[in-house]
Ligand binder design. Structure first.
Ligand SMILES: O=C(O)/C=C/C(=O)CC(=O)CC(=O)O
Ligand SMILES: [Ca+2]
Ligand SMILES: [Mg+2]
Length: 408
């Protein structure tokens, strides 16, 4: 694929006042103190300091070392703070007061944007589920019989969610190829990435009370990018019948910026047509659609290997939320649920190496002449994305990157 991408053009335009994603950063002269940052172009606004400088009543919400209190405050507060920050950055009244609180992005360290409470990973791409089903279960049906009736998911490991830029050590574990007599303990020989979109829960829900699709925007604060690192050999041996366990629990990387749902109005699209009737709590025919037109791009060592289109996902974030809570499970501030691997219908739109190389059988050739069935030590995987914004703008998501370190 050509290495010239729409993301390279006018990067500052991806982070204009129409976007204003939130994160947590620290500066070199005060490395111990996390602060809430809002990205604007290639700068980061220290939101708490700016709020104090202009005498904002939201200085308390923004003056924390984590996004937690802002997330917990709920949609009316999210809207108010977003409008205020846009005003500080673009209106004449406060520009001089907030200017000293802008830091060049290149001079700050970005941290995990949320304290992850519970972590769930779905399986919402029909293309990915079909391809992965054929590769993992060549003798069975590609899609399991429940797939079009509910968004399949599993609970993952919240404590190993790491921020972009964190190195990921190749895991070791049990693996057994179909023809081997017994398993061996070894480092994973089939380490993979999965390009996904993450939904960050802000407002909690009441234990026992399902959250309907229509309440999606009252609970979900925003969206980030996720790389669900996956050891395919460990996964293939361990996963039946309870689902992924150690093959996916060693690390999950997230982008440092959470893009507010309010920045994504122009990216909302209808999900693909569905051919199977849905139970009422999942039926979205009469809802405002929550498909999202996010264009992902995956690079290995700087070379573009795929561009997965999130608009092709069968299940929406609102349906995933409704399903996750329908039995009464409550939401906590900081819950993260990921979409599952984003794969489109075309060969250059697949979201993981398992699919791109057909289980390693048809390796990818990188422009440097090397080949990859799965990831090699030293490889750097980077996932970026943008979405259409209002008035022809583009909303950037930044990137989630990670480098593979050799097994211990
Ligand atoms: O088909 C399977 O058994 C599992 C496939 C995955 O690895 C899926 C997973 O983590 C969910 C996803 O990313 O879509
Ligand atoms: Ca996954
Ligand atoms: Mg993972």
């Amino acid at each position: 694929m050509p290495d010239v991408s729409p993301l390279d053009a006018g990067a500052a335009g991806l982070f204009g006042p129409h976007n204003l994603p939130y994160g947590v950063f620290a500066t070199a002269d005060d490395p111990g103190r996390g602060r809430i940052g809002v990205r604007i172009g290639d700068q980061v606004l220290d939101a708490g300091a700016a709020a104090r400088a202009v005498g904002s009543p939201d200085a308390g919400l923004l003056g924390h070392p984590t996004l937690g209190p802002l997330l917990a405050a709920g949609r009316p507060a999210w809207r108010r703070v977003r409008a205020a920050v846009a005003d500080w950055l673009t209106g004449a009244a406060h520009r001089d007061a907030v200017a000293p609180h802008l830091h060049p992005l290149s001079e700050v360290t970005l941290r995990l944007p949320i304290e992850v409470a519970d972590y769930v990973d779905f399986y919402a791409s029909e293309h990915h589920a079909t391809n992965a089903g054929r590769l993992f279960r060549p003798d069975g049906e590609a899609l399991p019989p429940n797939w079009k009736h509910l968004p399949i998911g599993y609970h993952g490991r919240a404590g190993t969610v790491v921020v972009s830029g964190t190195d990921v050590t190749r895991p070791s574990g049990q693996r057994k190829l179909p023809d081997d007599a017994s398993p061996v303990f070894a480092s994973s020989a089939r380490l993979d990435f999965e390009a996904e979109v993450g939904f960050v829960v802000g407002a909690p829900s009441v234990w026992g009370e399902p959250v309907a699709q229509g309440a999606f925007a009252d609970h979900v604060f925003g969206v980030c990018l996720v790389n669900d690192w996956s050891a395919r050999d460990i996964q293939a041996w361990e996963y039946q019948p309870l689902g992924p366990f150690l093959g996916k629990s060693f690390a999950t990387s997230v982008s440092p910026w959470v893009v507010p749902l309010d920045a994504l109005d122009a990216a909302r699209v209808a999900p693909p047509a569905r051919d199977t009737p849905l139970l009422p709590y999942l039926d979205d025919a009469d809802e405002q659609p929550w498909g999202l037109d996010l264009r992902l791009e995956i690079r290995i060592n700087g070379h573009v290997v795929s561009r997965p289109p999130f608009a092709t996902m069968y299940w929406t974030g609102a349906q995933m939320l409704a399903h996750m809570t329908v039995g009464g499970a409550s939401l906590r501030t900081g819950d993260l649920y990921a979409s599952g691997t984003v794969s489109g219908p075309r060969p250059d739109e697949l979201g993981c190496l398992l699919e791109l190389t057909r289980g390693g059988r048809t390796p990818l050739r990188l422009p440097d002449g090397t080949e990859r069935g799965f990831l090699a030590d030293g490889d750097e995987v980077s996932i970026t994305a943008w979405a259409p914004g209002r008035d022809g703008t583009r909303v950037g998501f930044g990137e989630v990157t990670g480098r593979v370190l050799p097994a211990r």
